[in-house]
Design a binder for this molecule. Structure first.
Ligand code: ZN
Length: 334
């Protein structure tokens, strides 16, 4: 069930020419393997390649941003293992960014810190993505909505979901203004709202716009693909967990970067995940993931994957079984 690829090496700063070549290669091979003509709906591979090149040219020259050579090369590997449903828990350092891809449709849950925005956009472009059906800003903290404005500026976003709260930060204002400019209205989905990404059924399992604790306003999404279930907890905490009953899931995206504010024993007993994914930064100042949570997961024999030590975690599901692989895709702009 578990298939790991080698995760080695760190972020490589490479010259613009090299980036363009690699994107070209990545796109060229990727297209034939994934049948991206279906996904892109666009005119031609050349157009997509040109737009990826333009983006890189505009955003990476003279910039501190760098793009990981292996990350782009890895796209070929990803294409090989991708089933009907692909989930990418991107390594964005101490932040969150998860892409769900199903039948050529996409949902992006959060978009890292501000500095990660360009890297996330470049990654999505290199995957041949031009349209994001659902963009979710789980709650207004910067480590979740930081790159949302970049995503809004560069892709056609059909639906933007965020809790309905007033929040005072320049990051939040940037997201709101980018949404306005691209003509997308932010909607706070109702609890129990059901929507589809391709054949994958998604349900809003939590949202609390009135909560005074920002983490506890988090939008929680459960995605079901055939027999496989995936739960994305954002930064929801124990009071959110106690508010309802939970389904048994295959893969749990652990709440609040593995903090002990989340993942109570009771919650883990209900969700009974086989696999837990924790998104956190190497040597982060919060000490995430916390010892208690790691111990509780190990006690329940949960297989743990971490972005800080394993890079980007990829799950592919055919609706019956799923496979997990890790890739050295590092989109942490620091
Ligand atoms: Zn967070």
């Amino acid at each position: 069930m578990s298939k790991k690829s080698k995760s080695s090496g760190k972020l490589l700063v490479i010259k613009i020419v090299a980036v363009l070549c690699i994107i070209g290669l990545s796109l060229g091979f990727g297209f034939s393997q994934v049948g991206l003509d279906k996904i892109i709906e666009a005119d031609s591979v050349d157009d997509i390649l040109a737009s990826a090149q333009d983006y890189i040219k505009d955003n990476f020259i003279d910039s501190k941003d760098s793009i990981n050579q292996e990350s782009l090369e890895s796209m070929q590997d990803l294409a090989e293992v991708d089933g009907e449903l692909g989930i990418y828990y991107f390594d964005v350092g101490q932040a969150d960014c998860t892409l769900v891809s199903c039948d050529g449709e996409y949902m992006l849950i959060d978009a890292g810190n501000n500095e990660d925005g360009n890297l996330i956009v470049a990654q999505l472009i290199s995957m041949g993505i031009s349209k994001v059906k659902y963009l979710i800003g789980t709650h207004p903290h910067e480590d979740h909505i930081g790159g949302l404005d970049d995503v809004l500026k560069n892709f056609e976003v059909e639906n933007l979901y965020m809790p309905d709260i007033e929040y005072d930060s320049s990051t939040y204002r940037n997201v709101i203004s980018a949404a306005k400019k691209s003509g997308v209205t932010s909607v706070a989905p109702k609890l129990g709202h059901i929507f589809y990404v391709g054949e994958a059924r998604c349900e809003i399992m939590g949202i609390d716009s009135d909560n005074e604790e920002t983490n506890q306003t988090s939008i929680i999404v459960e995605t079901t693909h055939g027999k496989n279930k995936f739960l994305f907890m954002a930064d929801a905490e124990i009071p959110n967990e106690e508010k309802r009953l939970w389904n048994d899931v295959d893969v749990l995206k652990v709440g609040h970067h593995g903090s002990s504010t989340s993942s109570s024993d009771d919650f883990l007993e209900q969700t009974m995940p086989e696999v837990a994914v924790i998104s956190c930064g190497e040597g982060n100042s919060y000490g995430h993931p916390h010892r208690e949570v790691m111990a509780a997961l190990k006690d329940s024999d949960v297989q743990i994957y971490r972005t800080d030590t394993q890079g980007t975690i990829h799950v592919s599901s055919d609706g019956k079984t799923y496979e997990i692989s890790t890739f050295d895709i590092d989109l942490d702009g620091e």
